[in-house]
Design a protein around this ligand. Structure first.
Ligand code: ATP
Ligand code: MG
Length: 562
């Protein structure tokens, strides 16, 4: 292999330590020798390999030298941007002293594709839309044909999520979650983690395969009926795919034989797939047969402590929905097959919801109608008339007492040195359901709107159409991208470039509007003014403003990312 070729393929500079530059390449051993001769320190491990790396002391590079057209992927750790640039420039000068072949290839490599990024020469990585995996491309001529399927499309969120390629149907009640949805879900999980850990939650991860013995112990192997997805292993041993984990977690805690009251409470939670053979899976992610749930199980040493924990978790749920900007009601609810002494649901009031709620406008009373005596439609607290509304249940809390701990013998040593059963609570949040419900509540008929914190990407940049009068503004938008990346590192990975420049700005704006990026920034005619003005669409305020590069950075500096 020729030296120049492989240098171009994988030249990558990264700044691991402030004092050194690390340089990686793939190719023949010849590089090592060559680089060694040029004063690079060659990594011991790789000296004989076809791949390798070299170190160069940062002080050996002089600032102020011109950058050539080379592919550079840089990550700065503990190094200021200007020092980074200086080191890069110095390095490039050294590359230029390599044989003509290498230099020549470096100069020819205008742009090189690498994954989702477009690595234009000498610039920062740019995330580009054309490389996104979205089976339903948004252009009207390619929009997923929903004809003949209208019977299945029972609500707005399901229709929109299918149309824009957020989900793809796999089998009844099961969906592939596509990249944008996974990004939004990962953000939601981060917010949930923050809220759960703020009240002392510890994250665990329990198996989805749950043995029949556990479920027989609580009699739920029979009680759950057809909802339980059952299977057998090669030895004939029976299992179900966990629809919830009270049995598993209580057996886990019971296996710890020397627990003391001093160690309690335990607030154990997980975010995992749940399986329920729903009689009527529908509404897309709102009611699936396989879905993500956050389930927390708490273990306390007394009823008072358990009630305190119950109110802490309810408080954390309120805080979560407030942070997401989702209007919710907490209603008293039925305990259902989970059982226990008391339960509340967190509901998003919306017409497509499957639950009927009764809310008292004069006092704080609100309940799921299942819990009320329907002959009496007045508020049991203030006797005033109740208002009825529909809701989507997004969270459910249960005070369980010792229902499960008594069966599995989950006990601890109390303050008197005697064994005592743990007082339990369990608390569910429908993770995938929250995503769909948020879209259901916030979106218009045609355009998805996200809770700001969960938007898969915060910013979409739209350069001019290829061959248009404004084409000259393409580079200006590129440099705006790099400016944002440098000034607002918190937005790393959040800025997407719609590089489908064969389409008009108008068409791409329509797509961006449908996908609901909180900020859409267009380089149109006014980008060619001096100074450049970019057209900024702010989804949350429905405003369109023209801002300079500095104005854009100031506006985006307020964006919250999780
Ligand atoms: P529902 O009455 O809607 O069937 P549930 O009372 O059976 O809900 P829980 O067992 O309390 O639900 O589960 C906790 C949370 O998991 C629910 O509040 C809901 O947000 C979510 N969830 C339950 N079933 C589904 C499902 N089939 N698809 C998506 N999310 C679900
Ligand atoms: Mg259910």
């Amino acid at each position: 292999m020729m030296v120049g070729e492989s240098l171009v393929v994988s030249l990558c500079l990264s700044f691991r330590k402030a004092s050194h530059v690390r340089l990686e390449w793939g190719g023949a051993r010849a590089h090592s020798t060559l680089l060694h001769e040029r004063g690079f320190v060659i990594g011991e491990k790789h000296r004989r390999g076809a791949e390798g790396w070299a170190r160069l002391p940062a002080h050996a590079c002089r600032p102020g030298m011109a950058v050539t057209r080379a592919m550079l992927a840089t990550t700065a750790v503990g190094m200021s941007a200007s020092l980074c640039r200086a080191v890069m420039e110095g390095l490039l000068t050294r590359w230029r002293t390599l044989p003509a072949q290498a230099t020549c290839r470096l100069q020819l490599s205008g742009s090189i594709p690498c994954g989702l990024h477009h690595c234009a020469s000498g610039r920062r990585k740019r995330l580009v839309l054309s490389r996104m995996f979205q089976p339903q491309n948004l252009r009207e001529d390619q929009v997923l044909s929903l004809e003949g399927r209208s019977g299945e499309l029972t609500c707005k969120s399901q229709r929109l999520m299918l149309q824009v390629g957020l989900i793809h149907p796999a089998s009844p009640g099961c969906y592939h979650l596509l990249p944008y949805t996974v990004r939004a879900m990962e953000k939601l999980v981060r917010v949930i983690d923050q809220e759960m850990q703020a009240i002392g939650g510890q994250k665990v991860n329990m198996p989805s395969l749950s043995s029949a013995e556990l479920w027989r112990a609580t009699n739920r192997w029979d009680l759950m009926g057809k909802e339980l997805l059952r299977l057998r292993d090669r030895h004939g041993k029976e299992y179900c795919l966990g629809p919830t984990h009270e049995e598993a977690v209580t057996a886990l805690v019971a296996s710890q034989k020397t627990l003391s009251y001093k160690q309690l409470p335990f607030l154990l939670y997980q975010v995992t797939r749940k399986f329920r053979d729903e009689p009527r899976p529908r509404f897309g992610l709102l009611r699936g047969r396989e879905f993500y749930m956050k389930d927390m199980y708490t273990f306390d040493s007394s009823t008072e402590a358990a009630w305190h924990t119950y109110s802490l978790v309810c408080g954390a749920y309120c805080s979560l929905f407030n942070r997401l900007g989702l209007p919710f009601v907490k209603v008293q609810a039925d305990v259902g097959s989970i059982g226990g002494m008391m339960s509340h649901e967190f509901q998003l009031p919306v017409d497509v919801g499957e639950d009927q709620l009764a809310i008292c406008p004069s006092c704080s009373f609100s309940a799921n109608m299942e819990t009320l005596d329907l002959s009496q439609m007045n508020c049991p607290v203030c006797q005033g008339p109740l208002t009825k509304t529909k809701g989507i249940e997004v969270g459910h809390t249960f005070y369980l007492g010792t229902k499960y701990s008594s069966i599995f013998n989950a006990q601890f040593t109390n303050v008197h040195g005697k064994p005592s059963l743990a007082e339990m609570g369990c608390y569910g949040l429908g993770v995938t359901r929250i995503l769909a419900a948020a879209i259901e509540v916030l979106s218009t008929e045609d355009c998805i709107r996200w809770p700001g914190l969960l938007a898969p990407y915060q910013v979409c940049l739209i350069p001019p159409k290829r061959g248009s009068k404004e084409e000259g503004a393409t580079e200006l938008l590129g440099s705006l991208h790099d400016h944002i990346a440098e000034a607002l590192p918190q937005l790393h990975g959040e800025v997407l470039l719609d590089d489908r420049t064969h389409l008009t700005i108008g068409n791409r704006l329509k797509d961006a509007n449908k996908l609901g990026y909180p900020f859409v920034i267009i380089a149109g005619k006014r980008a060619l003014e001096d100074p450049s003005h970019f057209e900024v669409w702010c989804q949350n305020t429905s405003e369109v403003v023209f801002l300079t590069k500095e104005g854009v950075v100031e506006l985006l500096s307020t964006v919250q990312v999780v």
